[in-house]
Design a protein around this ligand. Sequence first.
Ligand code: C2O
Ligand code: CU
Length: 566
Amino acid sequence: MKKILPALLLSVTLCSQATAQYNTLKIPDTLSGTNFDLVLKDTFAQLRPGNQTITGSINNMSFWGPTLFVNKGDTVHINVTNKLNDTTTLHWHGMHLPAVMDGGPHQVIPPNTLWKPYWKVTNQAGTYWYHPHLHEMTLEHISKGLGGLIIVRDAKEASLALPRSYGVDDIPLVLTSRRYTTLNQFQTVATSYGDYMLSNGTPDAQVSLPKQYVRLRILNAEIERAYDLGFSDGRTFYIIANDGGLLNAPVAVTRVMLAVGERIEIMVNLGGDAIGSSFDLKAFNSGKALGFPGGEPGTTGEFGSLLNNKDFGVLHINVVASTASPITSVPSALESNTYWTGSSATTTKSISVTNGTPGGLPFDLDNTPFKITTINKTVGLNAIEKWTITNNNVFGHTFHIHDVQFKIVARNGSASAVGAFESGWKDVLFLPRNENVSFVTKFEDYADPIHPFMYHCHFANHEDGGMMGQFVVVNTGGIQNSIKEELDYTLYPNPAENKLFIRMENPRNEVYYITIYNVQGRTVLMLPQPQIQDGIDIATLAKGEYFVQLMDKKTKSIRTQKFFKQ
Ligand code: C2O
Ligand code: CU
């Protein structure tokens, strides 16, 4: 694990857009391996002259956290420690994993609690991300810059001649914008759009890139704004990956639209550029059709912004000498994905964007504002389903679903209306006004009748506002006759010092979830589907009395017992 001095990150010179001065693009630190420690806390960042801004920190980075490198096939274990003054969650966006590990609104992490999810990485090589997902608090926590990228590597991607040197010719680029109060704090109330760009948390960012093909992994981490991306000189570039990994073949474009939550990997050729020359990656957001997020004309208020309805730079690129072994071409073939078509689906579901309650929430889905206790949809394990999302609303939205990657099979009923730029695996789609979009996906591996997955608009203000639903995946083939098993276990030694062991006294019981809380009732440790053979590590708990609440896998019954930590 590698650490970059935080001082380096703060040493950027601050300046204003008007003078065309730039700050060096921050490249997020990296963590790799199979065990990851993430510590969330509040901090400050000098984002503009004057007061520092209160931001969210992950592992001492001041806005936006480390990039996690994981390998397909590995089981990764993550220790998430919440040192914020607020409850939160951490969701692994795009990852296929058990619902109980998902980090959605149900996997709440109170302050000073350690949450230990783990899962086997089955996603293809690609660019994914993690971010808080606490219901009604997502906007606030994402606004603070809490989040990070997850880069999955796999054998197929490794076999291709692609730029792969992180921060050199393979550049992570996280796009967002913020509005500031007069005291330089992030404005999060009645604000859909920021006024100032932050690229990897850097205002007015520039980067030096070698004179060769480079790869940009771009995430739209906005609250609501979409970006119609292209280069200042109109040069062609190549889309090589969507949200869920490599396309079958590169797609040549001069512009690509990226809505909130979407990722795209592109390759762009700097081989013909003079050393010392420069150009810009820009958002060509002027003159968009009604419903383009960020196309609204005003500069102030909830729907206005200094960046709305105009073209603006998101990254200034300075061309420098090529590296020792540059990539000089784009591979003509990438992956060999086999996609589902509309006719692969055996079940269909429809969801409509609807207007929320007058005077209350602005939007919801199917006239049903999100309720954490309501399961909106049920899916059979291994079902291949076609979902059609219809937007007859005045505005464009996005649609994101947890657990799966999907294939967009039609826009407004037409397969040929699906863009080549979105032809790969996706987990977020843009839903323009007066349009419906159909996708097909398969719900594999992780049935759980208790813990749901989410689907929602990825505009943080809309999902917080109730434009979200939840579904469970059920194993219809394996319904158990619900014979109530008595949940019986013994904690030992008691008192315990470093390790606490659990002996299951009934062989039919299996541990599903362990929560440890203290005598004040505060949760200190959350262990989804823990592996308990080697005991639970309690070395860092303060001395005192604790309660262990253990949930059985089959019956979901709960039994609480006491132990003493010495
Ligand atoms: Cu990126 Cu439900 O989230
Ligand atoms: Cu929306």
